[in-house]
Design a protein around this ligand. Structure first.
Ligand code: IVH
Length: 683
């Protein structure tokens, strides 16, 4: 598989996992499995930086809020953390930080270390010492307004204590449930004949996102403060100082937090926390290190989804040995056949595990797994674990990957990469929407949270409507109410007058819908959330997009070239988009759907930085910053940083020792700036 293809596959898997994790509080991958995918993606992107796409999961965090609460825009984005998995990763991190800051390798540099709490993050905004709002992280840009729920926590002060708090103060930290309270909660669930929560994190997420805050009030949620967002005045000069201030103001801070001078002490502290883990009384999944000096944190800044000044050193995953009872094949929305190992149930780290994904045929071959084998599995913190290796094979013939779709019996094929001629590892059912599994999954995607977000229409309901022939394509959803004289939904099992009426209302509420959601809802391969948004921002109105559809078949048309010119849009997406609309049936499905909708225009992106959209080249020696820091600053202001001078270059920033690039720029009439002039320009 080409790196480009592999990046696309990894991105898609990570995005799907993110959606389950962040929106449904229902992870489909184990942490270890998820981390492995991310690591592979980061490694590929580091090796091939030109293949990094704007919509890569490495460039964003989490998933959009679910819609059941009001929204709160984070004035300072809530980001994620990069991970370290080994001692070496930690010393690489400290070395990287020093390099970026142009500090000598042997210079002392202080870092804090503290447990990484396995809960969910929340932001609390105080104005003049009063709690005014509380939000979840959401997708990092916009979270859910859970003010009423968060105010019920005794560890969330409604009024700040102590003195000297800034007028505007946003405290961020982790909401969690401790082990003792979790046990009590589950005992109560069982006594009430309800199912137990899978783990404290899920219980905390479910408890915080209650519509009725009086229910949240009865749940044993706690809050640890560890960072901040918008503040009208600095909290301190150091991370440690800032966190100690939070304590004075009435927040709980983690008692295990300490300050260290370098990787050796940080790793010793990590080992100490790892050994103490079982006795802490709450779930943690690693140790977070942060540069202590806040001025240096500011200089280090962020790489899209995570700060350069912090890293999470993750704990190793938990392992166990069990037997494979069967290998089943699941058919996904795009026809992909995914093998799933059904396991003899086993408890790993307190959770009963009975399924593991086997990813694809190559993975089965690589592992050499067969039904009946005893295998080592690994999980960390959640549901679907990974098969690591065969411990004891059973004397059976190798697993044969099906050559026809297990659902519709159509032939199975895998894509061939045009450039390399190699076959993709993912095998797909070739029947498209004529395969009932694909058709159902496409509809499930359409109604899901990130897309049309229709409450009360989940996988089970979609399947039932599909099986009865009542919903065959998206447009059918919008005619359900009108057809209810025949359907009589209120008499179905599981529905009554109220829930039927509620479903119809939920559907009607989505007739007004943003452009990008409609496009994303079509489930076109490679046209995910980000690409849909890019396309919507390009055309602004659905009408203009629809008018351009015929032109998509012509790669030299204005419409096609225009789309290709969008920063972050790849050939694969464009090819898939054109391919989708080349099928007459698809155009019909889309027009049938949009006839029921009022599609809202997209907003064009804006930026007010003087260098936004400009192309900059740095050359010669920079005296104030490392090259990386200068580049990062420029990019954060929306500039493109290039290595070569061309006609497209807007500025050449030249330091002492500049040579051929300077000459070329002068010859081409490119504006040349000194480092100081550049700093003045960007303010
Ligand atoms: S600092 C700019 N400190 O881990 C990033 N995060 O994987 C600031 N988390 O989103 C985060 N314990 O929800 C930080 N002691 C800790 C943490 C912690 C748990 C969570 C947090 C974050 C996620 C990143």
């Amino acid at each position: 598989m080409t790196p480009e293809k592999r990046i696309a596959v990894l991105s898609q898997e990570i995005r799907a996992a993110d959606a389950f994790y962040y929106q449904d509080d229902n992870p489909i991958l184990s942490d270890a499995e998820y981390d492995a995918l991310r690591q592979e993606l980061v490694a590929l992107e580091t090796e091939h930086p030109h293949l990094i796409r704007k919509d890569s999961p490495t460039q964003s965090v989490g998933a959009k809020p679910s819609g059941k609460f009001g929204k709160i825009k984070h004035t300072v984005p809530m980001l994620s953390l990069d991970n370290a998995f080994s001692d070496e990763d930690v010393s690489d991190f400290t070395a990287r930080v020093k390099r970026f800051l142009s500090l000598p390798e042997i210079a002392p540099l202080a870092f804090t270390a503290e447990p990484k709490i396995d809960g969910l993050s929340a932001a609390l905004r105080y104005e003049k010492g009063q709690l005014v709002s509380g939000a979840t992280r959401g997708d990092g840009q916009v979270g859910e307004d859970v003010t009423a729920n968060l105010s019920t926590l005794s560890t969330v002060p409604k009024k700040l204590g102590g003195a000297d708090w800034p007028e505007v103060l946003e405290i961020r930290g982790e909401v969690y449930i401790d082990h003792a309270d979790f046990e009590t909660m589950n005992a109560a669930q069982l006594a009430a004949g309800k199912s137990e929560y899978k783990n404290p994190r899920n219980a905390a997420a479910g408890s915080l996102r209650q519509i009725d805050p009086s229910i949240t009030a009865q749940r044993p949620l706690k809050f640890f403060a560890y960072t901040w967002g918008e503040v009208s005045a600095p909290l301190s000069d150091t991370q440690m100082g800032a966190v100690l201030k939070m304590k004075e103001w009435g927040f709980s801070i983690n008692p295990e937090m300490r300050r260290h001078d370098g990787p050796a002490d940080m790793i010793a502290h990590y080992t100490e926390i790892l050994n103490a883990r079982a006795g802490l009384g709450y779930d943690i999944d690693g140790v977070v290190y942060k540069v202590d000096d806040l001025a240096l944190q500011t200089r280090l800044g962020f790489v899209s989804r995570a700060p350069r000044w912090a890293i999470a050193h993750k704990f190793p995953a938990e392992k166990a040995i069990t037997t494979i009872e069967a290998i089943d094949i699941q058919v996904g929305r795009t026809g992909s056949l995914t093998p799933v190992a059904r396991l003899a149930p086993i408890t790993v780290g307190g959770v009963v595990v009975s399924n593991a994904t086997l990813h694809n045929a190559d993975e089965i071959e690589r592992l050499g797994v067969k039904t009946g084998d005893s295998v080592e599995i690994q999980r960390a913190g959640d549901v679907i674990p990974q098969v690591l290796r065969v411990v004891e094979p059973r004397d059976e013939k190798p697993f044969e990957f099906p050559t026809t779709c297990p659902v519709c019996d159509a032939p199975v094929s895998s894509d061939v990469d045009e450039k390399t001629g190699k076959q993709d590892v993912v095998r797909r059912c070739t029947n498209g929407l004529a395969c009932s599994a694909q058709a159902v999954q496409a509809l499930v995607h359409f109604v899901s949270r990130q897309v049309f977000d229709i409450d009360g229409l989940g996988e089970r309901q979609v399947e039932a409507f599909f099986d009865k022939g009542l919903i065959k394509e998206p447009a059918d959803i919008f005619t359900l109410r009108a057809r209810n004289d025949e359907i009589k939904l209120e008499s179905w099992e599981g529905f009554g007058e109220t829930s039927a009426a509620k479903l119809f209302d939920a559907i009607d509420a989505r007739r007004d819908i943003p452009f990008d959601r409609v496009l994303y809802g079509l489930g076109i391969r490679h046209v995910g959330r980000t690409n849909s948004r890019l396309i919507a921002q390009h055309f602004i109105s659905w009408g203009k997009f629809r008018a351009a559809v015929p032109e998509l078949q012509n790669p030299v048309s204005d419409a096609y070239m225009g789309l290709l010119g969008i920063d972050g849009m790849g050939q694969a997406a464009l090819g898939a988009l054109a391919g989708f609309f080349a099928v007459e049936g698809n155009v019909e499905i889309v027009d049938n759907l949009t006839a029921h909708l009022n599609i809202q225009d997209a907003e064009a992106p804006t930026s007010d930085s003087p260098v936004a959209g400009k192309t900059v080249v740095f050359t010669g020696k920079l005296e104030r910053f490392s090259r990386d820091e200068a580049k990062a600053r420029a990019q954060s202001l929306g500039a493109k940083v290039s290595g070569n001078v061309s006609k497209k270059t807007d500025y050449l920033v030249a330091g002492p020792g500049a040579g051929s690039k300077l000459k070329k720029a002068e010859a081409a009439g490119v504006k040349v700036l000194t480092e100081d002039e550049w700093l003045e320009l960007i303010g």
